[in-house]
Design a protein around this ligand. Structure first.
Ligand code: ZN
Length: 990
């Protein structure tokens, strides 16, 4: 660990870099080194520690000048071919063939960031090399701009007499994003709370403004902002700093410094509060009552005032952090809306803001809402915050800084950037313990500090915005008509030469899209070989022991930094049919109702005071060695700090053993919140709905997944929310009793050594308190489909989610490993190419699910229906004609093997170890699959795919989630293959 300090000295110059600072970071078990590249003025920060997951990232401040989405379109376009890597899509090529644990690019409201991470050193530099070339030397051709941004096309390809339309990947992506009311509300808040700054502009792109962007505009934006002088390079992990400098030096030396200082200004404050009305679109037949969002927003301070940020983060938890928190409780009890929405403390660029909102409300309740919020805040300010409330808030805050989360390096990147890009010390937020400590001292010295904060920053703050966003039935049609008219006029204004130009351009674009990458260009990409891969997948070191009273405890040996993770699972085999669909509601009750003689507010205070939350979920799978043996478990999840172990376990025990749903008014609130969440799902979660629905008749697992997380849940909450509660109380209690059987019990823990004994003892006692009853399989109301079905699920949206599912071998079949690799090959090759690149859907792919015995195709935010379904159908022909080289297959093997090489962070270790145990997926089985995967040849893959499709294509079912109009249009185009259409939200038609 001392090698950094030994090699580098502050003030010294090494290989063209000046060492600015070296800071020991004991809490991250490492050292931070900050440097500047002399010639280009690039800033570099390396957090050097013992983590084998290394991260490379470069971030550019890119404040949007307008609403054309230029930062977002540029983010897409630079990853579409560069000086050294002249392939259409190096980003996707690298996804196919690298061991990247993370690879993406993101556009924020004032920056664009390009991060990649890998556990394998050579792979890490391969990825960094491709990204460096992409951001600093992109080709940015006009065709790329048209493909990613926007271009004109004829509705019927090649037919100049058909309508003109606009196409483009970002254009379609943003149209899709706008079909979610919640996203629309976010956009309106940003636009109206920061009206005079770049934050009020749309970095992602407003579909109505995207067509204003020109190719020159895009190139100009790149030339200005994508320069090392405007670059912030953050690196993380165990590769020595000197090696990074050797990599970066020559690549940065091509650039001389420029004087680029993007302005990231603060919003000038208002003297008077404002009220702004906005709309989101719903279908003409949709109900509009009680569907308005009311959001109260304040600009409160500066990102650079770190002490205040920590105080506000604590205050957010005090006011809203649990079911009994005063502001949350007042809002829920008021019945002014169905549930909270857009409620948060936010550091957006240089300004910090605070938001409190409701969904499922009414515009007329705006004043009552503002009055309730201000009155509640005034009461809290008058009464002050108790020591207990404060301690509980700090406990909650601690997780954010202690937890080693799945994307830990990325989490650190976020903390670094939020300070660095605004000229502050990038390490500031990595010293969270110091600020938490200071906050505690401040509170000790002045227990009224939160009263002052509420008065000064909220009650007396005139930079306040009430945003009222209501549903509108006409707006979409109006806009569509307006757009159609605009296109018509545009077309009329064009002469036949121009029309011919557009036709030709479309043809050229299609030809470019259809042309495969030049194999020489693909080969030029730096890539791993299968021979570079570890021979065995990573294992979690887990010890098994019996619990004193019965059941099994798994003890996972993974460092967890003082945060303890526990999952307690209960086998659901034999759960009566009529209870299955109530499991999610039972889970809501575990998280929101009272227990053991205490009402929900008392329980909520204990959860917030002693744990990082209590969760409940249901998992369904099959045994790794037996396709017919279904594994289904309910899992209680919690995490807690060392000192709170006993209290945390006591809360969990009370909830498991003595959950009490009988507080009917509270139960009604819980139901309303769940219904509000379910009602949003067609817009926010269309792909899950389609995927669950399409495979529900394939087998019992599919059937159970549909009941637990598909459309039936939306229908269930519509049905039970207004119904008499008595039957519900019985169901919830019946589930509670069913679960308390020691023979069903398995627990998994990833904890500190001193916590082990406590968990072991308490869980042993719980088992003794449970009944001891044999576990017997029950009967299901389920008959698998005997012939394929075609269905459409309708809800208001202007995109589609198209899925197709067919049976496949179980993972234990000798072809299981081949299907995993084949799934990747087809998904990232044929399907992505046809659905995303040619069809301009935001995403598309196919998946082999070995545990579920099903093969699925899907598209995401898709402008098409039949076109995409035809792509799925054409897979077999494609497979028969394809000429995969061994290199193609090797790339897919590497991509698939990556799943076994991911870093194991403590939260996932706990659940992964549990499910591996429950399904019998032993280390020996995983090693055998891995070994088999590494040996696959192109011939094996072809055989596996041909067999899969020849045997199962005829059993393919289809489900498309989209608007009724789109579905009907698709049916009209294909009368021989119509989908049966149903409304997702209808209450009657079963
Ligand atoms: Zn995008």
């Amino acid at each position: 660990m001392n090698e950094t300090a030994d090699e580098l000295r502050v003030g010294e110059t090494t290989g063209g870099f000046v060492v600015r600072r070296i800071v020991p970071m004991p809490n991250l078990r490492g050292t931070a080194v900050e440097l500047t590249h002399q010639k280009s003025a690039a800033r570099i920060l390396h957090l050097h520690n013992t983590d084998s997951e290394n991260l490379f990232s470069v971030t550019f401040p890119t404040p949007p000048p307008d609403d054309t989405g230029v930062p977002h379109i540029l983010e897409h376009s630079v990853l579409a071919g560069s000086r050294r890597y002249r392939v259409k899509d190096p980003f996707f090529e690298m996804i196919k063939c690298s061991m990247a644990t993370f690879i993406n690019a993101m556009t924020g409201s004032d920056y664009t960031v390009y991060p990649v991470a890998s556990n394998v050193r050579q792979d890490f530099y391969n990825l960094a090399e491709v990204y460096m070339d992409a951001v600093f030397h992109p080709l940015l051709t006009e065709k790329t701009f048209q493909r990613e941004g926007h271009h004109l096309e004829f509705a019927k390809a090649g037919d100049v007499s058909s309508d003109l339309i606009i196409k483009g990947i970002v254009y379609n992506e943003m149209k899709g994003a706008r079909s979610s009311p919640e996203t629309k509300v976010y956009d309106l808040i940003e636009k109206n709370l920061w009206p005079d700054t770049p934050y009020g502009k749309d970095a992602g792109g407003d579909p109505e403004k995207i067509p204003d962007l020109t190719w020159q505009g895009l190139r100009g934006f790149h030339a200005r902002f994508y320069h090392p002088s405007n670059g912030y390079f953050f690196l993380y992990g165990d590769i020595p700093t000197a090696e990074h400098l050797k990599f970066l030096g020559p690549r940065l030396n091509e650039f001389a410094r420029t004087d680029i200082r993007p302005q990231l200004p603060s919003q000038p404050r208002w003297r008077e509060p404002r009220r702004v009305e906005g709309v989101y679109s719903v279908a003409p037949t949709d109900p509009v009552e009680g569907k308005t969002f009311l959001i109260l927003n304040w600009l409160v301070g500066s990102t650079l005032d770190v002490a205040e940020m920590f105080a506000f983060s604590a205050m957010e938890r005090i006011l809203l952090g649990n079911q009994s928190a005063p502001l949350r409780k007042a809002l829920v009890d008021s019945k002014l809306g169905e549930d909270l929405s857009h409620t948060m403390y936010w550091a957006n660029g240089i300004d910090t803001s605070f938001h409190v909102g409701l969904k499922g409300s009414d515009g007329a309740r705006g004043d009552a809402f503002v009055e309730l919020v201000t009155k509640t805040l005034a009461t809290v300010a008058d009464e002050g915050v108790t020591r207990k409330q404060f301690d509980s808030a700090l406990q909650q805050l601690a997780y954010r800084y202690l937890e080693i989360t799945p994307s830990f390096p990325l989490h650190i990147l976020g903390s670094v950037n939020s300070m660095w890009l605004h000229g502050a010390d990038p390490l500031t937020l990595l010293h969270a313990e110091k600020y938490i400590h200071e906050l505690r001292e401040k509170f000790d010295a002045n227990p009224r500090m939160f009263s002052d904060l509420i008065r000064r920053k909220l009650l007396e703050n005139t930079h306040r915005l009430l945003m009222v966003v209501r549903p509108d039935r006409e707006i979409q049609q109006l806009k569509d008509a307006e757009f159609a008219l605009r296109m018509k006029k545009l077309k009329q204004s064009m002469d036949s030469n121009r029309l011919e130009e557009i036709r030709k351009n479309q043809e050229e674009l299609d030809a470019l899209l259809n042309a495969p990458n030049d194999p020489a260009a693909v080969a030029a990409l730096p890539q791993l070989r299968v021979s570079d891969l570890p021979r065995k997948p990573r294992h979690i070191s887990t010890e098994m022991e019996p619990l004193a009273g019965g059941g099994t405890l798994l003890d996972n040996d993974v460092f967890s930094n003082g945060v303890n993770y526990l999952q307690v699972s209960v086998d659901l085999t034999g759960l009566p049919n009529d209870l299955i669909e109530y499991l999610p509601l039972y889970g809501d009750c575990v998280q929101k109702m009272g227990a053991a003689g205490e009402d929900y507010t008392a329980i909520a205070q204990r959860i917030a005071g002693y744990t990082g939350g209590v969760g409940f979920s249901v998992g369904v799978s099959t045994r790794a060695d037996d396709p017919e043996k279904i594994v289904r478990h309910a899992v209680f999840t919690t995490k807690f700090l060392d000192d709170n172990a006993e209290e945390a376990l006591k809360v969990l025990r009370d909830l498991m053993f003595e959950l009490d749903p009988r507080d009917v008014p509270r139960l009604k609130d819980v139901l309303m919140q769940s219904r509000a969440r379910q009602r949003m799902r067609p817009a926010s979660d269309g792909l899950t709905l389609a995927t669950r629905h399409v495979s529900r008749g394939m087998n019992l697992e599919g059937h159970l997944h549909e009941i637990l997380s598909g459309m039936p849940q939306i229908r269930l909450f519509e049905r039970i929310t207004e119904a008499p509660p008595e039957p519900l109380l019985e169901k919830i209690d019946a589930i509670r009793k069913f679960l308390l059987n020691r023979r069903r019990l398995t627990a998994s823990m990833t904890v500190s050594p001193k916590v082990k004994e406590i968990v072991r003892r308490r869980l042993g006692e719980w088992a003794i308190d449970m009944r001891d009853e044999p576990v017997a399989e029950g009967k299901f109301d389920f008959t698998p489909w005997t012939h394929p079905v075609r269905e459409g699920l309708a809800a208001p949206m202007n995109v589609a989610y198209c899925t197709l599912a067919m049976p496949a071998h179980h993972i234990s079949h000798p072809d299981g490993p081949g299907l995993i690799v084949a799934g990747r090959l087809l998904s990232l090759g044929y399907v992505l190419e046809e659905v995303r690149f040619k069809g301009t859907a935001y995403g598309g792919g196919c998946t082999y699910n070995g545990a579920g015995k099903v093969w699925t195709f899907h598209s995401y935010r898709d402008p098409w229906v039949n076109r995409t379904l035809d792509v799925y159908k054409g897979a077999l022909d494609h497979i028969r004609a394809a000429k995969w080289s061994q290199a193609d297959v090797e790339r897919s093997i590497i991509g698939a093997a990556k799943e076994g090489e991911r870093p194991i962070r403590p939260p996932q270790a706990t659940s992964t170890a549990l499910w591996r145990y429950l399904t019998g997926d032993t280390n020996a089985r995983r090693e055998a699959r891995h070994a088999k995967m590494l040996e696959l040849s192109a011939g094996d893959i072809r055989r596996v795919l041909v067999e899969q499709f020849e045997t199962n294509s005829k059993s393919s079912s289809v489900c498309v989630v989209s608007s009724r109009e789109k579905l009907e249009e698709a049916n009209a185009q294909k009368p021989a293959e119509v989908m049966e259409i149903r409304e997702i939200l209808a209450k009657t038609d079963g």
